[in-house]
Design a protein around this ligand. Structure first.
Ligand code: MGP
Length: 199
């Protein structure tokens, strides 16, 4: 699939700097993931096209990857691009995500999607969120209806932590409209489940 080849090829071709030579170490390791659902195989289970792209833990590796990997605006419809903490899979089924949820922000302009994506990536790897332990990662979803970003968090029932994360994220991506938080557990039961919090 074109998008998948582009993303995986870019990462494979990337000459990522040796992390020992230029050691601006990040607080933790992060992994880019990609899911190209633009041409789903009939009967394929959700997640069967989800792929790990690259794991990194230095500032230099991040910029190198960021430059090589397509921006969300260049991805085909129905693709998802993720940056998650290393060891956490971007799935409801992952133990770190299972009791979590997500703040979602929609974007009607591609340029806006790209800039919010970059601001969020930098905030995550730069540990700008006070409740950084509460975070699983971020997903950019390209959709026919409306593109969106979702910040996945761990303990959906911890309302105070979610509200604080939601407020901080809006500041980071410079959004003033209301954003909503949904529990994965609700979405698992019903695709159009009501959101639980908004900020
Ligand atoms: P989505 O892509 O997160 O929502 O989930 P969106 O973008 O509103 O919907 P879309 O139809 O426009 O893509 C869409 C569907 O994918 C869900 O209703 C689930 O059936 C499935 N799905 C999504 N996620 C994130 C998961 C997951 O983590 N695990 C499983 N098993 N299914 C998932």
């Amino acid at each position: 699939m074109a998008g998948e080849v582009a993303v995986e090829g870019a990462a494979a071709a990337t000459e990522v700097p040796d992390s020992n030579q230029q050691s601006h170490k990040l607080e933790r390791k992060w992994t880019f993931w990609f899911d190209n659902q633009s041409r789903p195989k009939q009967g394929a289970a959700w997640g069967s096209s989800l792929r790990k792209v690259y794991t990194f833990d230095t500032v230099e590796e991040f910029w190198c990857l960021y430059d090589q990997i397509p921006k969300p605006s260049k991805l085909p419809a129905n693709a998802d691009f993720h940056l998650f903490k290393s060891g956490v899979e971007p799935k409801w089924e992952d133990p770190e995500c299972a009791n979590g949820g997500k703040w979602t922000v929609t974007s009607s302009r591609k340029a806006n999607l790209d800039s919010m994506w970059l601001e969020t990536l930098m905030a995550l790897i730069g540990e700008q969120f006070e409740e950084s332990d509460e975070i699983c990662g971020v997903v950019a979803s390209v959709r026919q209806r409306q593109d969106k970003l979702a910040l996945w968090t761990k303990n959906a029932t911890n309302e105070a932590a979610q509200m604080s994360l939601g407020r901080k994220w809006k500041e980071i991506i410079d959004v003033t409209d209301k954003i909503s938080f949904s529990f994965h557990e609700d979405l698992r039961r019903e695709k159009s489940a009501k959101s639980r919090y908004s900020v």
